[in-house]
Design a protein around this ligand. Structure first.
Ligand SMILES: C[S@@+](CC[C@H](N)C(=O)[O-])C[C@H]1O[C@@H](n2cnc3c(N)ncnc32)[C@H](O)[C@@H]1O
Length: 351
């Protein structure tokens, strides 16, 4: 079943991504007689056949459940067997839109690595487009080729090649590439070799994915030397958004809250006057305090109110997690205009 098509029911031989938890998603090919084993128990593949993609199934003794998901490039990125560092969805989605990759685009990718980004490229360029991906590591090349075939990604041509030494040309194929993505340790060696395979008919976009700043400096130099323009550095930082309900707060609530604080202060002062330790006393009175209904409490201690509880007004809010995940790599973008436009621009500049 191709990654790009949707289907409703699971059949024998289908690739299913079994969602165990947010961090555990396992790819399986549904095979009669086999079992998928987890710490919750064993799930017979036979029980999956005929179910709808997206179904939840439980173990025979109801000890746990998993979801049976249809593969997408995003889920594949979360579940694929890692053979290299990979490009994750926050970066790949940004790069795709930034380079304006669309159905019909002709993309060069090097290296293929674990094929994570390759899946997203293949879906986006669609049947009208083409993806030329290059990998010089023999085993990775073989494995990626097998996976692309199994996933029926028929718009990919994968080549076993060191692109820094031998460039991007493919026998009997006119690449006419309009988009380049380089995820290589030394892209500056490959950049001068691109002009033989890029299109002269339209604007070309490039992105270099680089973990170190030293690599950025060399890549930028190579791009400028080769006539690429609008060279820009971007750094994608992933942030988690949390959404929840917030209780509507009125001025009256704030007044009640102040009264409550004052009352607590007064109780504390009275205890001190009586020669008692307010904190200790409060600890022993903690349960009483919890029980005591001050007739409000969106904010403070006391009666506990569950999010969304009846009897209060709520509205939906979202907030940014304070923990910001650092970037995975620097992204260097540039573009090149077709020779005709470049000539016109040069003439205009010299007038
Ligand atoms: C970080 S991985 C790419 C990961 C890939 N973007 C993904 O999302 O799965 C880099 C790959 O480039 C390959 N590579 C490095 N230099 C190369 C070269 N000169 N020609 C072709 N492939 C190369 C490596 O073997 C490695 O598999």
């Amino acid at each position: 079943m191709p990654f790009t098509d949707r289907k409703k029911y699971i059949e024998e031989g289908d690739l299913v991504l079994v969602y165990v938890s947010r961090t555990i998603i396992k790819p399986i090919y549904v095979t009669k007689g086999e079992h998928f084993n987890t710490r919750f128990g064993s799930f017979p593949h036979d029980s999956m056949i005929g179910l709808e993609f997206g179904s939840q199934i439980t173990t025979p003794k109801d000890r746990g459940f998993v979801y049976l998901l249809q593969p997408t490039p995003e889920l594949w990125t979360m579940s694929l067997p890692h053979r290299t560092q990979i490009v994750y969805t926050p970066d790949s989605s940004y790069i795709l839109q930034r380079l304006n990759v669309h159905p019909g685009s002709r993309v060069i990718e090097a290296g293929t690595g674990s094929g994570s980004f390759t899946h997203a490229f293949a879906r986006t360029v669609n049947d009208e487009g083409k993806l030329f991906t290059f990998e010089f590591h023999e085993e990775r090349y073989q494995k990626a080729k097998e996976e692309f075939e199994a996933h029926q990604l028929n718009n990919i041509i994968i080549t076993h090649r060191d692109v820094c030494k031998n460039g991007f040309e493919i026998d009997n194929v006119d690449l006419q590439a309009d988009t380049i993505f380089l995820d290589l340790p030394s892209p500056w060696e490959a950049i001068p070799l691109l002009k033989k395979v890029t299109t002269n008919d339209k604007q070309i976009g490039i992105c270099c994915f680089l973990p170190c700043f030293e690599q950025v400096v060399k890549a930028v130099e190579a791009l400028q030397n080769e006539g690429w323009i609008d060279v820009e550095l971007t750094d994608v930082s992933g942030r988690l958004w949390e959404s929840h309900k917030a209780m509507k707060r009125e001025v009256d609530d704030a007044v009640k809250r102040l009264r409550y604080v004052k009352e607590r202060q007064r109780e504390g002062l009275e205890l001190i006057k009586a020669g008692k330790h307010p904190r200790k006393e409060n600890e022993t009175k903690e349960n009483e305090t919890k029980e005591k209904d001050y007739g409000f409490n969106p904010f403070g201690r006391g009666k506990r109110i569950l999010e969304g509880e009846d009897g209060f007004e709520w509205f939906d809010v979202s907030r940014l997690e304070s923990e910001v995940k650092t970037h995975t790599s620097y992204l260097v973008f540039a573009r090149k205009m077709p020779p005709m436009v470049r000539k016109l621009e040069n003439t205009r500049d010299s007038v």
